[in-house]
Write a protein that binds this ligand. Structure first.
Ligand SMILES: *Cc1c(COP(=O)(O)O)cnc(C)c1O
Length: 365
């Protein structure tokens, strides 16, 4: 059945039609193997090629130098909330965190189990509507942790801090959406299902010297170095998720790479923010200079009319625009594979709804 909806869902993300078709084909029968992709041994030469190819694409698209390892794990970004402190934070040490959103807060909570946490700044008191910018990072922290894009609140970091200690970044919801300098970070992680592929795989890019610095004793399955030593195959990797991510990265490469998609993403976000700012029904939730290009959060001045808009938009084929339950209102996620035309369709819906409400508001004489 062909896909006909405009998918603004925050994750799992929209994937290109060609990627879905090829992934589905491989499930039915993969290449010349005579097997389904789901049945193939992860130790087969065919699948070993897939892992190598996916790593190659990650390195190429993000310009990852040889001094960094590219690893494929499971457990989502949430496991990284725990794994980062398990590896890099000891009981006698402290780690610094920026508290700029729901997921950053979860990371802080997990780190607190492994050691001391210093929150350098927080925008919690303003419902995480902006990214704190003036703060000092303690020189004796084991690392400094940030989130590049706050998926739920709709804010994004456009200037990464200069850190005197190793910099770790949760890039789950904006990796591959814009050009970044990987060498500014010591470790980057991302759950795949926001911009990279299906759920089940987590990408970790880590500076080798940072991994070598680990002194903590960690269980093998939670030890980054074990994944590095085993080429991400310490245990059975998420075969289907890695394969589909590979297809998606091939698609991104064929489009011209991250720089090209960044321009498209900018145009999509601009179109939607312009409508939010000019349509009298709506207003944006994030402070302008921190507005996310991936997750656009907005509300109506008349909250009672919001449910009606979701219903109205659903009739025009829009799905996934309801805001996160703690935020309310709307969130439109504009991940890489979302076509410009889908944003155009949403904007048309917003214009049409304004006309309808206006008509309804005209008093009957
Ligand atoms: C979705 C998300 C997470 C959680 O990811 P899981 O893979 O579900 O664990 C963490 N951080 C950010 C920024 C996210 O968008």
């Amino acid at each position: 059945m062909p896909i006909k909806k405009h998918n603004f869902g925050a994750g799992p993300c929209i994937l290109p039609d060609t990627v879905l078709t090829r992934a589905a084909d491989a499930v039915k029968g993969w290449g010349t193997t005579g097997l389904s992709l789901l049945e193939i041994s992860h130790r087969s030469t065919e699948f070993e090629f897939v892992v190598k190819e996916t790593e190659k694409l990650v390195r190429e698209l993000l310009a990852v130098p040889d001094t960094y390892s590219v690893l494929f794990l499971q457990g989502g970004a949430s496991l990284q909330f725990a794994m980062v402190p398990m590896n890099f934070l000891g009981k006698m040490k402290k780690a610094a965190y920026l508290d700029a959103g729901y997921f950053g807060q979860k990371a802080i909570k997990e780190a607190g189990i492994s050691g001391d946490v210093v929150v350098v700044a927080s925008s919690k008191e303003k419902a995480y509507s902006y990214i704190p910018k003036d703060y000092a990072i303690p020189q004796d922290a084991a690392y400094f942790h940030i989130t590049s894009n706050n998926t739920i609140e709709g804010t994004e970091l456009f200037h990464f801090p200069k850190s005197p200690v190793p910099l770790i970044c949760d890039m789950s919801s904006d990796i591959f959406s814009r050009v970044i300098d990987i060498t500014a970070f010591d470790l980057v992680y991302a759950g795949a299902q926001k911009n990279m592929g299906p759920a089940g795989m987590t990408l970790v890019i880590a500076k080798n010297s940072f991994l070598d610095s680990v002194k903590n004793k960690v269980n093998a399955i939670l030890d980054y170095r074990v994944y590095r030593e085993n080429g991400s195959m310490y245990n059975t990797p998420p075969v289907f998720a890695i394969y589909t991510a590979m297809l998606n990265l091939q698609w991104l490469k064929s489009k011209g790479g991250v720089k090209v998609i960044q321009t498209e993403n900018l145009a999509k976000a601009q179109l939607l923010y312009d409508e939010i700012d000019s349509n009298p029904l709506f207003y944006g939730l994030a402070e302008r200079q921190d507005r996310s290009l991936m997750n656009v959060t907005f509300r109506m001045h008349a909250p009672a009319a919001e449910a009606g808009f979701i219903e109205f938009a659903a009739k025009q084929g829009m799905v996934g625009i309801r805001g996160y339950r703690t935020v309310g209102g709307f969130r439109a996620s504009l991940y890489n594979a979302l076509p410009y035309d889908s944003v155009k369709a949403l904007v048309d819906c917003m214009k049409a709804y304004a006309r309808i409400l206006h008509v309804d508001l005209i008093p009957a004489y």
